[in-house]
Design a binder for this molecule. Structure first.
Ligand code: SDX
Length: 365
């Protein structure tokens, strides 16, 4: 029996054509294209790339976007169900329940044929934002806003959330957020989803496996953790004590560190730039400046204590961006899932396409 690798660290579990990560040099590519180039496209185009394996031409993209925008509305029964759920503002639980209800009303839900999966793909990508926004509006006693087919994925989400049109920069920031959150190789939620798909369970069930895994504070839940940390720290004077106390007691600082990246997460750099622009547009860079100072104190603390420096990951500056977009922290992980859904679907289809049940061994002690 081979030696156990705790947390499967460094274990290569499967081949994929969907994304590539170089953790030493901080490189991320979706289907062979650098994330820095993809961040300037639309979320529709990047979702198409992840799922179908190529950047669509103008006509293909228009057709795909048209299909998505037609499917943004959700079943009225789903809204009623969300209205009854008292999730104490835990939106990921609401989203998980909403996907289960969606499966119930989806005549394709048990059909894992390619045609049925492509139909479900459109419906799932199109409706995640509508469900999250509707949950937020109802949880706060506000009127639910219907989707606007004239708006991009990112702009429409902010419109349904706030009831007013976002600025161009806010819409651009939301698109970038969904693109940067869309895919990341065999991260915990994607791996959980592939295990579910490998038993030939259906797409909705695989997505729910992914959602439940993303929720954890060491994974997608860290985005909420970053936002709550920024509130806890509040001002630059409190940073040093907060960081020292956490490091001394081996408590994790949210938004830092990564299993694969041993340098700056390339996504964090792009988030940092767009978060700076949004803060400037707001005329208030309090959260952005606080984050920059936290990053600097973290780096110096680690170096001074002869620790290997740990760097910001995808959740650090995205948490800052959400603060400046006035998004409440309890929505953070659900919004991460709005982006991640296209990567999850790509992996589910890839698993179906060349399947063998994923079943590792355990070493009995
Ligand atoms: C995501 O895998 C993916 O791709 C995930 C993701 C994606 O796109 O899907 O990138 C999204 O989940 C990003 C990570 C979000 N999580 C957080 O921000 C939570 C805080 N981060 C840590 O929990 C941690 O860094 C992990 C979970 C991300 C990685 O954990 P590892 O690889 O198991 O590393 P580890 O816990 O073994 O830590 C190694 C060392 C330890 O020190 P020593 O015991 O060796 O002395 O680094 C230290 C840790 O104490 N460390 C931290 C730290 N992260 C690691 N110390 C303080 N704060 C941190 N955040």
């Amino acid at each position: 029996m081979k030696q156990v690798k705790k947390g499967l660290e460094g274990v290569v579990a499967l081949d994929t054509q969907i994304s590539f990560i170089d953790g030493v040099h901080g490189i991320l590519k979706y289907r062979g294209i650098e994330i820095e180039k993809l961040a300037d496209l639309s979320y529709d185009a990047v979702s198409y790339l992840l799922i179908y394996g190529m950047i669509p031409d103008a006509e293909g993209l228009n057709e795909f976007s048209r299909e998505l925008r037609k499917e943004r509305k959700v079943h009225p029964h789903l809204l009623n169900m969300l209205n009854f759920c008292d999730f104490e503002n835990e939106s990921l639980d609401a989203l998980r329940t909403a996907i289960s209800v969606c499966a119930h009303f989806d005549e394709d839900s048990h059909d894992i044929s390619e045609q049925a999966n492509f139909r479900k793909t459109i419906r799932l990508i199109a409706r995640f934002p509508t469900m999250v926004a509707a949950f937020y509006r109802m949880a706060n006693g506000l009127e639910v806003i219907s989707p606007d087919p004239s708006l991009s994925h990112g702009a429409n989400f902010l419109y349904m959330l706030r009831g007013s049109r976002p600025t161009e920069l806010e819409a651009e920031a939301m698109e970038k957020d969904f693109i940067l959150s869309a895919e990341h190789e065999l991260n915990p939620s994607t791996f959980a989803l592939r295990i579910t798909a490998s038993t030939l369970s259906d797409l909705h069930s695989a997505i729910i496996s992914g959602l439940c895994t993303l929720k954890g504070p060491l994974h997608g839940g860290a985005r909420k953790g970053v936002m709550d940390m920024l509130d806890d720290i509040g001002s630059p004077d409190n940073i040093a004590a907060y960081v020292q106390e956490h490091l001394e007691h081996k408590k994790r600082i949210m938004g830092f560190g990564h299993r694969v990246y041993k340098t700056y997460d390339p996504r964090a750099r792009i988030y940092r730039d767009i978060a700076r622009k949004v803060a400037m547009e707001k005329g208030n860079s309090h959260w952005f400046d606080l984050a920059r100072e936290i990053e600097s104190v973290m780096y110096h603390e680690m170096v001074e204590n002869k620790h290997k420096p740990i760097y910001p990951n995808v959740d650090f500056y995205s948490g800052v961006l959400y603060k400046d977009l006035e998004i409440p922290s309890y929505l953070a992980t659900s919004i991460f899932a709005i982006g991640r859904i296209s990567g999850w679907i790509a992996h589910c289809l890839e698993q179906y396409g060349d399947n063998r049940v994923i079943r590792p061994r355990a070493h009995f002690v």
